[in-house]
Ligand binder design. Structure first.
Ligand SMILES: Nc1nc2c(c(=O)[nH]1)N[C@H]1C(S)=C(S)[C@@H](COP(=O)(O)O)O[C@H]1N2
Ligand SMILES: [Mo]
Length: 199
């Protein structure tokens, strides 16, 4: 097998491999800047706001849960150096959420209950690489892990996987989120150890 093929496989989010500088854990650590917000499914909605500021799509909890569900098994990598391999999630693909949204945006900022934000290139949340997850390991996603629903972007450091996500805001110009604006890497590829601004 050539280097290229190995590289490609290694970079798949569910390959069961630990990136440089990371160690695998069995438990599931909770990392939140601040308290866990209490988020009720009543009154919950998920919106997509496009680059003109218009609400391009909106789902209530019931509408969101009526969307097609994908079961995904992926490895997750926290910048504090733990990786958890083979995590099992249920969620709605971001491709499904953006289906029918007419946009030429290049970036997205996820906005959450509690005020947390994180930014990503739009290309990194499409083509089957990102989900809004509501299930973990066969059960509802626990509040401390982002329930009722969180973003799941396993190919980037886990701070990009915004818990309690409520809005995907599409943007023409990139805009740093919470950790990205205080020294964490703007992109955050764990295979290239992009932990901090100058990595
Ligand atoms: N809303 C919100 N999402 C967040 C965070 C946060 O503080 N608030 N922390 C991020 C970080 S740094 C990590 S490592 C993961 C941790 O997810 P977990 O608590 O389910 O392990 O959530 C990410 N998403
Ligand atoms: Mo993290």
């Amino acid at each position: 097998i050539g280097d290229r093929a190995f590289e490609g496989r290694r970079r798949q989010a569910g390959a069961g491999l630990t990136p440089p500088g990371q160690y695998p854990v069995e438990d599931f650590p909770v990392l939140t800047a601040g308290p866990t917000p209490s988020v009720s499914r009543d009154g919950w909605d998920l919106t997509v706001v496009d680059e003109t500021g218009e609400t391009a799509a909106r789902w209530t909890w019931a509408e969101f849960r009526a969307l097609p569900v994908e079961d995904v098994t992926v490895d997750i990598h926290c910048v504090t150096k733990w990786s958890k391999l083979g995590t099992r999630w249920a969620g709605v693909s971001v491709d499904t959420l953006l289906d029918g949204v007419d946009t030429s945006a290049g970036f997205v900022v996820a906005h959450c209950d509690g005020g947390y934000t994180t930014n990503l290139p739009l290309a990194d949340v499409v083509d089957g690489r990102a989900w809004v997850a509501f299930g973990y390991d066969g059960a509802d996603l626990e509040p401390e892990h982002g329930g009722p629903a969180r973003l799941l972007v396993p190919h980037l450091y886990f701070w990009k996987s915004a818990k309690w996500v409520r809005c995907l805001r599409l943007l023409d110009e990139d805009e740093p989120g919470f950790w990205e604006s205080v020294g964490y890497h703007n992109y955050g590829d764990p295979w290239r150890e992009q932990r901090y601004w100058d990595d």
